[in-house]
Design a protein. Structure first.
Length: 305
């Protein structure tokens, strides 16, 4: 998308086939589409600027020795944004300007933490993974918009530990994901998309998995406005020459009512949610809205199958 186009929401519907599965779900990605810009660009980068000022330790962390890898990330983000979105980000080699929010940063102020600057220039959160003794480890992150996790729990840790709270990750995904990361080619970036249902549209949401109760205010009648489909568009790319892997996360948070005109997708979402069982149902905290969502699906999709 260029700087001015506005696409129809929802952009992504990872529930569109009505089937819930625990899978890698990777899709090929072109470098031209690596970082995504939408109509919330100014709002998102302004919120990042605020969070990086008011909650720095919660949204930026890096291990010692990761500075060169971080610089590689900053160079890649700068190159992409200035060439694909010159109306939003401009650089003269010494400073970087965020045109829509009137901010200018000096590159020399970010020598110790280059990803602190890189994260400000895109809507994506950035997680840098470097090879360690137990596979790829999270060595630096600019994470302003977490979906219910805390950076301090994950920094310096390998993939299996990072995914510790995810039911069945170790059993179903641990090995295939590690193998995939080992073989990821620099010229073959990929993306995947996941989904969550939340009753809060805030971008910064650390913590909050395994919530019980508290869903009584949501009904079939008001679920369209009270609940949000939060979709993460994630990308993975190999960085060169370091060999590190960069994981990016872009948030799309749309009220359920964005599916009012798409009864097919509303039905598919209801079917997908009804298949989320046991530990994953607890993890995603969807049970407490289950009846309201299915009632809402009935209102929007009626008898459509
Ligand atoms: C092919 C690569 C990957 C796959 C298949 C994968 C899969 C998953 C799945 C299935 C979940 C559960 C969330 C949901 O479905 O709503 C999850 C959560 C998560 N993933 Fe990944 N992931 C991948 C890469 C990464 C990487 C590179 C990071 C690096 C930071 C990461 C960090 C996380 C975190 C922090 C969570 C939340 C964990 C929590 O609740 O504490 N993932 N991932």
């Amino acid at each position: 998308m260029n700087d001015t186009q506005v696409k129809q929401r929802p952009f992504y519907a990872p529930y569109s086939d009505g089937v819930h599965r625990m899978a890698m779900g990777l899709m090929a990605l072109s470098y031209d589409d690596w970082l995504e810009v939408d109509e919330f660009f100014a709002e998102h980068v302004a919120e990042k600027s605020r969070l990086l000022t008011e909650h720095y330790d919660e949204v930026f962390q890096a291990v010692a020795g990761s500075e060169a890898g971080q610089r590689e990330v900053l160079d890649a983000v700068l190159e992409h944004m200035t060439s694909h979105h010159p109306g939003l980000i401009a650089s003269d080699g010494e400073t970087v300007e965020l045109k829509t929010i009137g901010e200018r940063h000096r590159l020399s102020d970010y020598v110790a933490a280059p990803m602190n600057l890189a994260g400000r220039l895109a809507q994506e959160d950035l997680c840098l993974m470097a090879p360690g003794e137990a596979g790829y480890e999270l060595v630096a992150a600019s994470l302003c918009f977490p979906t219910r996790w805390r950076l301090s729990d994950k920094i310096g840790r390998p993939m299996l530990a990072i995914h510790g709270p995810v039911p069945d990750y170790a059993k179903r995904l641990g090995k295939p994901v590690d193998r995939f990361l080992d073989h990821l080619k620099a010229d073959k970036p990929v993306m995947r998309v996941n989904w969550a249902i939340l009753d809060d549209p805030a971008l910064f949401q650390p913590g909050g998995h395994y919530k019980h109760g508290g869903g009584e205010h949501v009904t079939a009648e008001n679920a369209g406005e009270k609940l949000y489909i939060r979709v993460e568009r994630q990308t993975l790319r190999r960085m060169e020459p370091s060999g590190n892997i960069l994981f990016t996360i872009k948030i799309h948070s749309d009220p359920l009512s964005c599916l009012d005109a798409r009864p097919d997708l509303a039905r598919a979402l209801g079917d997908t949610i009804s298949q989320v069982q046991d530990g994953m149902r607890e993890y995603k905290s969807v049970g407490r809205f289950g009846d309201a969502i299915q009632g809402w699906v009935g209102r929007v999709a009626g008898g459509q199958s």
